[in-house]
Design a protein around this ligand. Structure first.
Ligand code: ADP
Ligand code: MG
Length: 234
């Protein structure tokens, strides 16, 4: 059936990312990683702190460029694209959920959700409606006009998820999404990941939380250590 066809969303080929190159304290955060990420699957990058998970996510999500190696997005090489193309691809393809949720204080939940769409120059009324619909979907429509700093932990989490979805991304990247959540909210997060999957999204999560990597929603766990892939469990 069409829905079960294997499609590669992202392919990393022998990716290396070094920091402080040429300096005495040069550090290789990602060290020769090759990985194929299938479309519509949930992949978890697991590994101890400092193993290179966040760096690998930032490379996969076009937020940083590798020192060497190639990245293919839907079969297209993106590694050598000029910055403005990369920015465009990042905005239209990826939705990001960060560990601290990174909501902007001093503006409302609604404005936070709309933020990633401003550079795309969409009509304001349509964008606002879409943001409100997302808040509604996550049960926090009534908090739309609350300032970010007044939201509870759970509300902040949902606002961050709504923000990640505003540009209807094909790929959702989440970095330690449950690190600041209690068990109940962590389970809720995994339920939301299941919904992403129903919507045919590709999901990549970095986490060392068993509640995440042991979840039935996860298709594949990739274990990292010292910037390398140690093993993969399907
Ligand atoms: P993880 O997310 O698994 O904890 P990271 O990708 O954050 O791992 O970090 C991997 C290694 O790279 C760590 O040793 C970290 O200190 C280093 N590192 C990450 N980002 C930078 C940076 N911008 N500059 C220098 N070193 C960095
Ligand atoms: Mg990290």
């Amino acid at each position: 059936r069409f829905g079960h066809e294997v499609v590669t969303m992202l392919e990393l080929r022998d990716i290396r990312k070094a920091f402080n190159t040429g300096k005495p304290y040069e550090l290789t955060a990602v060290d020769g990683v090759s990985l194929v990420l299938e479309a519509r699957k949930v992949t978890v990058l697991r590994g101890p702190s400092g193993s290179g998970k966040t760096t690998l996510l930032s490379l996969a999500g076009c937020m940083a460029r590798p020192t060497s190696g190639r990245i293919m997005l839907e079969g297209r090489e993106i590694t050598s694209l000029p910055e403005r193309f990369l920015t465009e691809i990042r905005r239209t393809t990826f939705g990001f959920i960060f560990q601290q949720f990174n909501l902007v204080k001093g503006i409302t939940a609604l404005e936070n959700v709309m933020l990633p769409s401003y550079p795309l120059g969409e009509q304001h009324a349509a964008l606002k409606q879409r943001a409100l619909d997302l808040l509604e979907l996550f049960g926090i429509r009534q908090r739309a006009q609350s300032r970010a700093e007044w939201l509870s932990g759970g509300e902040a989490q949902r606002t961050a998820i709504a923000r990640a979805l505003i540009n209807n991304p094909r790929v959702i990247i989440a970095d330690e999404p449950t690190a600041h959540l209690d068990t109940k909210l962590s389970r809720e997060f995994m339920d939301i990941v299941a919904r992403f999957k129903d919507q045919q999204k590709t999901v990549i999560i970095a986490s060392h939380d068993p509640l995440v990597y042991d979840s039935g929603v996860v298709d594949r766990v990739v274990s990292m250590r010292d910037g390398k892939i140690e093993g993969t469990e399907a």
